[in-house]
Design a protein around this ligand. Sequence first.
Ligand SMILES: NC(=O)c1ccc[n+]([C@@H]2O[C@H](COP(=O)([O-])OP(=O)(O)OC[C@H]3O[C@@H](n4cnc5c(N)ncnc54)[C@H](O)[C@@H]3O)[C@@H](O)[C@H]2O)c1
Length: 324
Amino acid sequence: MLRGAIIGFGAVAENGHSLAYAGSPEAKIVAVVDRTETRRKAAEKSLPSIATFATIEELSDGPEIDFVDICTPPSLHGAPMLQALACGWNVLCEKPLLLNLDELDKVRTLARKSGRAVVPVHNWKYAPIIRRATDALRSGAIGSLREIEIETLRIEDCVAADPAHPNWRRDPSIAGGGVLMDHGWHSVYLARHWFGEDPVAVEAALHRPTPGGIEDEATLTLHFPNGRAKIFLTWRADRRQNTIRLSGDHGTIAIDDDTLRIGDEEIRFESALSAGSHHADWFAAMLPDVIAKFRSPETSRESFEEAALCLSVIRCAYELPVRL
Ligand SMILES: NC(=O)c1ccc[n+]([C@@H]2O[C@H](COP(=O)([O-])OP(=O)(O)OC[C@H]3O[C@@H](n4cnc5c(N)ncnc54)[C@H](O)[C@@H]3O)[C@@H](O)[C@H]2O)c1
């Protein structure tokens, strides 16, 4: 059984990750680090018998651990990641893994030097409806993939638990961007996962309600060697919805929230893709792969590079016109 510490006990840690660890036969949480007392108390309440700490330095004098699971807001992922690697711990970290390409290089170098894994939470790949669509694509149900369309509609951004920054998703210095950095990250790794290769060019149009502020709407086209992915993301829709189309030479795989259509076949799933924000079940489905990467860190490189690609694409979109 691997022993881990959650860093940042906010909404996703409480409502997603900790529920999944509770059912895992392979990993358990023995400590939580959160800078606020309110959130340390919340952790003690929902995870009895853990130790809590205000800083990662205090954690290093605490119980023995094998890994950390970083769930702080985005601009606060890099520092604990570097500290964890320096302590010899493996790292699981929420998306967006990192916001800055120089920091990403530093983490890559330190992970290799220390022989530890850094694994991003790319949990959408583990949603049951997405897995079924991926299996259909891989089994040749629509022939060669030519076009992906992904639409993520939200009425507003997700609520945060951080008492110091309840609106951090609207603060570019903490979030690193808006809806594109937040939801778009998932769309970029899904598109790469389905095409099986990196995009070669990016086009983007962003809507920013205030100059210098975050974007609340984004339209992105990723050009791949064999096709393209069109991505639309918004925090100003009149409804909450996710739709995805995978179009190939011989047909289409369509996801409309809880419904998957593969050609004439229609399959209903228990919950819609847009239901909830913390996805304990997707996280639980992902955990065995994460643990396998912790046990053999050299197998974690591909998932790290998947996150690196997400960051490069989103940085390109923010800095256009630039080609990848
Ligand atoms: N993969 C997904 O589906 C998914 C869903 C929701 C959130 N997320 C990601 O999870 C991360 C956290 O989001 P959230 O909604 O839980 O945020 P949140 O604001 O609810 O929680 C953040 C927590 O981190 C703590 N914190 C802040 N700075 C800290 C520091 N320096 N040291 C220790 N603790 C610190 C805060 O006190 C708070 O408890 C973000 O990166 C977000 O994008 C991912």
